[in-house]
Design a protein around this ligand. Structure first.
Ligand SMILES: [Zn+2]
Length: 462
């Protein structure tokens, strides 16, 4: 099997930041060829699917859902008990109302009933891919995926990369990943290779290696790309054609700055270990739901249509996630006109992140995150603020901490910008007495820096 680390392009130091191959399921050539042959068989239809009418897509989803729900009732102890308790029988899923009436589940429900949910299966857990995820509650959950489920997830990513490029990807074009873990496949029998380094790698070393390897697609945390932009003069010469950002929240202005520096469009993605790709940005900037991977609805929407996401993975057979409440607050756009990108998959009108990214005011209650986002986009983010990183943390009602990492080594930053943020935040909170504590730090505390969040609410958490 091709060892991608051999492609260090004469920069041996990069090997320090590559990952070893150990995985819950080791990568094999047979596995690689299996995915490649699935991709070759399905590539065209996967692309064509995105242009199907909403009715056709809903029909496709419903067929999958009814089979999945029946199967879960029959073979899965957790769902069997849950659906039996509401009088469900196999075959009862006839209309969308039936589906919406099925009970929803949360991460806490799964953690509490772990033996039934994740372990009590005929196939051994050891034969599954596993990934850990932790939620706002701090409880960790092990996500298990069988090989077929993993293959589907891989195919959706391969499609996404071609959507980003706006063309077919040539088999020898590299994807360059800067991530927390190695990929499950480093190539598919030599085709569509992936070079992955840790985000601990210094940006200049990564740039030097990228300049030689010449990947077409770059995938990284927005915070890492921002570090590259601020420390490397010419990124546009690297020849990157498309960039995707994931795992962390970022703002439009930040992604625009990255796109300008690299001379390549940036596509953000919304995904989770539980559901995999949920929505990806298209060339028009819209977050289209990945309708053939996941059925997404809003649980008890408010008048504007905003509410908690409730979603079903259409592909995870070992560990089904059916009507799963992931905790994020979303709003699905109502128009059904095809997007200029060609996709007819529904898109998100807004995405508000997790409940623990909402700040709370003593006078107004929960603050809509887009108001705070607009404020920091115009105050803390502009270049003349000289702020390398910032985070807004709320531990108790009536006060907010603003953590700042100044750009300059001498710690000087634009205090006027910070004052404007503080004033604006008090206005949004309608609370003149709001105590905004500005804390200048050399680096973000480890508890906040693993995966960046710009806003964190820790009220009520120890
Ligand atoms: Zn679009």
């Amino acid at each position: 099997m091709m060892d991608v680390r051999a492609f260090d392009c004469g920069i041996s130091a990069i090997r320090t930041f590559t990952y070893s191959r150990h995985q819950s399921i080791p990568e094999t050539e047979i596995g690689q060829r299996r995915i490649l042959s699935k991709w070759n068989r399905l590539r065209n239809s996967l692309h064509e699917r995105t242009a199907r009418s909403p009715e056709e897509i809903a029909g496709f989803q419903f067929d999958r859902l009814s089979l999945l729900v029946d199967m879960a009732y029959i073979t899965h102890p957790f769902y069997h008990k849950l659906y039996k308790s509401v009088g469900f029988n196999p075959g009862d899923l006839v209309t969308w109302e039936n589906y919406h009436a099925l009970p929803s589940i949360s991460k806490e429900d799964i953690v509490e009933a772990w033996d039934e949910f994740g372990a009590s299966r005929c196939m051994s857990r050891a034969d599954c891919y596993s990934a850990r995820t932790s939620g706002s509650s701090g409880k960790a959950l092990n996500i298990l995926q069988d090989g077929g489920t993993n293959d589907f997830g891989t195919l959706f990513y391969l499609r996404h990369y071609e959507q980003m490029l706006g063309r077919k990807r040539v088999a020898n074009e590299w994807l360059y990943e800067i991530y927390l873990a190695p990929p499950r496949f480093t190539s598919f029998d030599g085709a569509f290779p992936v070079f992955t380094i840790s985000n601990q790698c210094p940006p200049d070393l990564a740039a030097a290696h990228i300049a030689r390897l010449k990947p077409k697609i770059l995938s990284a945390f927005p915070s890492y790309l921002t570090r590259m932009v601020s420390s490397i003069a010419d990124l546009s010469g690297l020849g990157i054609e498309a960039i995707c950002t994931n795992s962390e929240s970022s703002i439009d202005a930040e992604r625009d700055r990255i796109a300008e520096a690299f001379g390549a469009p940036v596509f953000d993605e919304y995904s989770s270990e539980e559901l995999y790709l949920i929505a990806t940005q298209c060339r028009e900037g819209r977050y289209h739901l990945i309708e053939d991977n996941v059925r997404v609805d809003v649980l008890t929407p408010d008048r504007a249509g905003r509410g908690e996401i409730v979603a079903t993975s259409l592909t995870n057979t070992f560990m089904p996630f059916i009507r799963y409440r992931q905790g994020d607050v979303i709003q699905i756009a109502s128009e059904s006109e095809p997007c200029a990108c060609g996709s007819r998959f529904r898109h998100l009108a807004s995405f508000h992140g997790r409940a623990d990214q909402f700040l709370v005011s003593r006078t107004r209650g929960t603050i809509q995150p887009d108001r705070v986002m607009t404020l920091y986009t115009h105050t803390l983010f502009p270049k003349d603020g000289q702020i390398a990183e910032f985070q807004v943390v709320q531990d108790e009602l009536g006060s907010v901490d603003l953590l700042l990492v100044p750009e300059r080594p001498d710690g000087v930053y634009n205090e006027g910008r910070v004052e404007a943020f503080v004033t604006g935040l008090k206005e949004i909170f309608a609370d003149e007495k709001l105590d905004v504590r500005v804390r200048v730090v050399a680096a973000m505390p480890a508890s906040l820096s693993h995966k960046r969040r710009l806003v964190t609410n820790r009220i009520g958490r120890s």
